[in-house]
Design a protein around this ligand. Structure first.
Ligand SMILES: [Zn+2]
Length: 293
């Protein structure tokens, strides 16, 4: 897949630059003077001292996140990946009564990924779409994967490695939500498109993984092991991303999902570059507001 990086344009939307977001996750620097940063979690050579944070034997976190200004209900990254709660989509949440959406709702929920502890959510375009990054949940998602990698897989982390992984963590979430934005735009382009929760989430995860994979082309074992844990979805819909993990599988499914006219394919037109172009043209300069809460 062609390279799509989160650019300065996207970071400007975030109100943080890239470094600012990484600092927020890894060092807790954005919460103001009332809360400590994580600087004392590292030794003089910038290596993480895991014993201060996590007991590998009892598997207990020694950190009281609340004292650091983190109000998340999340205890571990794995809660994001498993079905600890039914999503609102499954509970049959009615589509919001919003006149602007009535003519063109195609069954799309107003807010996607709207669970109790989301990493990110996407709110459909009214005038603008809104991507929300839930920084508290992201921070715990990120750090509990680090604990796991350190204890079980014996990786040692420096500030440098943590910053690399924190960037992937943010981008993983942004790419996922950008896919929802893409289909939101699609619903205005393609008459036949209709939302399907399972396909939508499976494709959103696959899209995120494909783009992250490209960025991590020269990756190291600690990076691929991080991804293995971060994408180990067990939730309905999300977990099926595995069926679309190659570019070929992804585009084959996407052409059906957004109802590309089969005539085009029968006539021998290569649909992959068309879909690729469509995705990039929509996502490269998105009409979204990105919020961090
Ligand atoms: Zn989603």
């Amino acid at each position: 897949m062609r390279r799509l990086s989160i650019t300065n344009k996207h970071y400007n939307l975030l109100g943080y630059n890239e470094k600012g977001l990484i600092n927020a996750l890894v060092y807790n620097v954005h919460r103001g003077p009332a809360f400590n940063t994580f600087e004392d979690w590292f030794d003089g050579r910038d290596r993480l001292v895991i014993q201060k944070l996590f007991d590998c034997d009892t598997r207990k976190t020694k950190v009281d996140w609340f004292k650091y200004g983190n109000k998340s209900k999340l205890k571990s990254y794995s809660e994001i990946l498993i079905a600890i709660e039914e999503t609102k989509e499954f509970k049959g949440r009615p589509i919001e009564e919003d006149l602007d959406f009535k003519e063109n709702n195609r069954g799309i929920p107003i807010i996607q990924d709207d669970t109790i502890t989301p990493l990110g959510t996407f709110k459909r375009m009214n005038s603008q779409g809104i991507i929300t990054l839930h920084i508290d949940n992201l921070q715990i998602f990120f750090w509990t994967i680090i604990f796991e990698l350190n204890c079980k897989r014996k990786y040692e982390f420096t500030k440098e490695k943590l910053e690399v992984l924190a960037k992937f963590c943010v981008n993983k979430t942004l790419f996922h939500e950008f896919f929802h934005y893409f289909t939101d735009v699609q619903s205005h382009i393609t008459e036949k498109y209709f939302y399907n929760f399972h396909d939508e989430e499976a494709l959103a995860v696959a899209f995120s993984r494909l783009l992250i994979g490209y960025e991590a082309k020269n990756n190291h074992p600690y990076i691929s092991d991080f991804f293995e844990l971060a994408y180990n979805y067990k939730k309905a819909g999300y977990k099926d991303w595995i069926n679309y993990k190659s570019e070929e599988q992804f585009f084959l499914k996407l052409k059906d999902y957004i109802c590309l006219n089969p005539d085009l394919i029968r006539k021998g037109v290569h649909f992959t570059p068309i879909l690729e172009g469509l995705i990039y043209s929509i996502i490269e300069d998105p009409n979204v507001d990105i919020k961090i809460i």
